[in-house]
Write a protein that binds this ligand. Structure first.
Ligand SMILES: C[S@@+](CC[C@H](N)C(=O)[O-])C[C@H]1O[C@@H](n2cnc3c(N)ncnc32)[C@H](O)[C@@H]1O
Length: 276
């Protein structure tokens, strides 16, 4: 790793170990990543050369779903779990382009997200960032920064883009999702995007998902490509909004959204649901 990278790394950021948010940043063409992250990205690209397309599809899914929540579901407060590094089209920018006073609480546990989040996101009376672990929902609910912006008596947009697949089976991701959803008011909406293993429906894609999972776990110690049933279970007790759980580019594409089905097309899915 070039010395300059060590010198320029913000305090608390470990450049000797890769991080999920920095590898993802690299896939999105960002600059907040280090040699160690680029090595992991290179290994992932061997298996899924179109991984950058999958990362972009996730951001496009975020753009369309947050817009839907703000413009059509009337959501004015958002809790974004595993928010990642700021990039183009952050949640508060999309929501506030529809409803200027929309409030957003970003949550992440990676120190680099907090450094850049504080610097780049408008941390003001409508937006904040909370350094917390998604596996501790109660701490996030009780945090004064969360309480300061979110009224839990009103509907909330709970956003879990690309985060639940970073929880291992033994960390009970369905239980974590349930713990976030349970306290929310009726009319709240939940958005999830998640790595997917299509199994026998697409055997070739399934093999690629297995291989990607192996590489992620070897280098990052995380990453689960779950079955459709496992992902649908996160939405238990909620009403899935049309078109249901689908490959990301198929969730209400606009006239200018043109996805090219590649190797990752069926391995990244998402959906939106309403709490009755
Ligand atoms: C793939 S990125 C997704 C970023 C953003 N949500 C998006 O979809 O564009 C996953 C993010 O989840 C964060 N993350 C992973 N495990 C976490 C945990 N247990 N608690 C909080 N954040 C976590 C990572 O630091 C990373 O920023």
């Amino acid at each position: 790793m070039p010395d300059s990278e060590h010198e320029h790394a913000p305090r608390g950021v470990d450049t000797t170990r890769p991080s999920v948010s920095r590898v993802y940043d690299y896939m999105l063409g960002g600059k907040d990543n280090y040699e160690i992250d680029r090595q992991v990205a290179a290994a992932a690209l061997q298996v899924a050369p179109d991984a950058p397309q999958a990362a972009r599809a996730n951001r496009e899914f975020l753009r369309r779903t947050v817009r839907f929540l703000a413009a059509e579901a009337g959501i004015r407060q958002f809790l974004d779990i595993g928010s990642g590094l700021p990039t183009q089209g952050n949640v508060h920018e999309i929501a506030q382009s529809v409803a200027p006073l929309s409030r957003v609480v970003y949550v992440d546990h990676d120190p680099i997200v907090l450094v850049h989040g504080r610097a780049l996101l408008a941390v003001d009376e409508t937006t904040t960032i909370v350094d917390a672990d998604a596996r501790e929902p109660e701490k996030i609910f009780d945090d004064p920064r969360t309480r300061g912006l979110i009224d839990f008596g009103e509907p909330v947009g709970l956003l879990m883009f690309g985060i639940l697949h970073h929880l291992a089976d033994e960390e009970d991701p369905a239980g974590v999702a349930e713990a976030f959803i349970r306290p929310l008011a009726p009319g709240s909406h939940v958005v999830i995007s998640h790595f997917h293993n299509p199994g026998e429906a697409h055997p070739e894609v399934s093999k690629q998902a297995d291989e990607a999972e192996r590489i992620f776990n070897e280098h990052l110690g995380t990453g689960r490509w779950r079955t459709r049933e496992e992902i649908l279970a996160y939405f238990d007790g909620l009403d899935l909004v049309d078109p249901g759980l689908v490959p990301l580019p198929e969730w209400r594409p606009g006239p200018d959204d043109h996805a090219t089905p590649g190797i990752t097309y069926h391995t990244f899915v998402g959906g939106v649901a309403r709490k009755p």
